[in-house]
Design a protein around this ligand. Sequence first.
Ligand code: ADP
Ligand code: ZN
Ligand code: ZN
Length: 804
Amino acid sequence: MARIAEVIVDIPTMQTNKPFDYLIPSEYEEQIVPGMRVVVPFGNGSRSVQGFVVGLASSTEYDGRMKEILEVMDLDPVLNEELIQLGADMAKKTFSFQISCYQTMLPSVLRAKYDKVIRVIDELPGDLWETLFASRDEITWQEATERGILTQLMKLKQQELVEVVYLVKDKITVKTERHLKPLLSFDQLEEEKAGLTKRATKQLLLLNVLQSLAGRQVPTKVVREEYGISTAVIKEGEKKGWLTQFDVEVYRDPFENHTFEQTQALQLTPSQEHAYHQIMAAVEGGTSDVFLLKGVTGSGKTEVYLQTIAEVLKKDQSALMLVPEIALTPQMVQRFKSRFGEEVAVLHSGLSNGERYDEWRKIEKGEARVVVGARSSVFAPVKNLGLIIIDEEHETSYKQEENPRYHARNVAIWRAEYHQCPVVLGSATPSLESRARATKNVYHLLELNERANKQELPEVSIVNMREEASKGNRSTFSLSLQEAIRDRLAKREQSVLMLNRRGYSSFVMCRDCGFVLPCPNCDISLTLHMDTKTMKCHYCGHEEGIPSLCPQCGSRSIRYYGTGTQKVEEELKQLIPEARVIRMDVDTTRRKGAHEKLLNRFGNKEADILLGTQMIAKGLDFPDVTLVGVLNADTSLGLPDFRSSERTFQLLTQVSGRAGRGDKPGEVIVQTFNPEHYAIQLAQMQDYNTFYLKEMSLRHKGQYPPYFFIIRLTVSHEQEMAAAKKIGEIANFLRPSLGPQAVMLGPTPKAIARTHNRYHYQILIKYKREPYLEEKLHELLQNSQKDVAKGMVIAIDSEPTSFI
Ligand code: ADP
Ligand code: ZN
Ligand code: ZN
């Protein structure tokens, strides 16, 4: 008999990064199962901490006096067997704590301390309703704990007679709706009618309505509003025993006010058909193959996803579909909801905590078997997975930039192996890593080389902005772009204009002495925010007013620099006053639902031009857009990152794909100061294959991924000397264990050497095969516990995506 629980406690340190054994109190013996949260006494002072039960045992190797679990926090597990295992593996691979991995997997409602209640959802046997609930609908968790009745409630939970409901502060967690249901049969109701006085017309009406329901339940609201029957009359009917009223849980539906027209599967093109069959063979065969679906923009990748998912559902399995946050547009959601209706759960950052929790529960209960969401949805508690899809697989947002530093692609592949189901990675511009794996047959390559509607890819032309300047045009808009926009206006077609903001910011500079306002805590300049009229630091959040005098020389010649979307919008309005412009950037989309509203307005042709940042480059599908302009293609080229060409190529290809998606051909105009650059030229020709080969040879020469792996180690401390000393020690510790092929770069200060008043140093290790490195790094973390306790932060990032 298992009497011992193995618990991962909520103390993120190296010492505590392993399960601790606890005695299970006898009353919980049969109820505690892995995946539940408990409260246990920890350490010398036996302070209470939370933890996750990850296993049960009947004996222990621990020879001290074992402590008992103090409290249980769940009536049934919040993590299943699969996620418990995944968390343990992920912690190793990402050099993070197991507890952080588990917390990352759960919606925040289950992370923070929310109040919760236990609610009756079905008839309880015997007199349990009276004795446990004192004839109430629900009791608080606290009361249940104090009265020592949790064990009994756990049993009821296992029989699904009660449920636990979290009271989320941002809204009441569970929204309910009052319903009513006739208690009498048709004939009995008929008899009631006979007993009415003539004047009781409303009661007669109610009886008629109840008869028409034939035993079904309806929202009380419907009866009130559609038949004009007042609450008092309904209450009266309830008293007379004609009907009963009760609350029905309704999910907060973020898409409540939308109607989704059911769509049907389209007749697949031959290459879609081929991809479909290959993927289905893996679904049927239950193999965890990884497919790379490389399809030009508009080639119908999404249709392939939809049809394979439909088959997976027919097999009674579920599907997980990941989409980058910024591509998780209402349009994208709509395509899934229209095909699968209620089966779809959507998880994105725009949801409130309560909404997110609702979606999570729908998934957990198996009510929604298609999950569409951004990065962290890869942890959705989907059971019986039959297919995982990662759209726009090259997107760097799939990698989490803070602990645990996981890549959703790797997690997806792990889960696919667990469930024995395939993974599909889709992209028009696959990452070099994935494309290279397809060359080596680690992934299976599937290609869609033509647009589904047989439309040609848009014509792309390049404008050399250096020449533009020498012609005397200092505007953001080249003459040919201006002309193209006017032409579209005349034809009543739409344009999309993108301002590449990567590595770009608006700042304030003194024209006399060149002073740029710095952040007092970080080594970067402050960014100008016109909406709040303040200067902000994008790292630490420091905020101050816009100076009117130069703090260095006292001059009044303070000027704004950089090209913000707002400035561009104003310029555009001056050049082409008759154009109706919608601007989309972080400032205009901050409010909930704003993103969607702006896109709807554009879709309804309430504007001629959509002007925005990277957020408009992906996923939009508007048939009347025939012109795409890229205002500054090269800002991302100058970044000190070996992936800058790849990023630029991807971005230009993506945004070009927004043009000419309907019947009318599209045109793309790319403005650049580097017209000779291969990334720009090959993006113009939309020639991924040549770009891939060229870039691969450069990566080979530079010993970069995908030829080499990269691990980055960063150390940070408030005192610069302490950080520098530690990174030196780490370098000396690791160097002897590296093979001859490995390259260690650094130690060096990071590109931004100080943020949040902390100093950062780093080492990069490039390597091909270092079988002992992972072990060695874990050893390093073990050995550094003393420093960490004194405020040193050591981070290990395997395959970092950003080098700034
Ligand atoms: P991608 O995801 O590759 O960018 P989409 O799936 O969005 O491509 O398809 C682009 C357009 O082509 C959409 O409007 C879609 O409805 C249409 N489409 C896709 N497949 C087919 C098909 N087999 N027959 C007709 N139209 C299709
Ligand atoms: Zn000055
Ligand atoms: Zn700062």
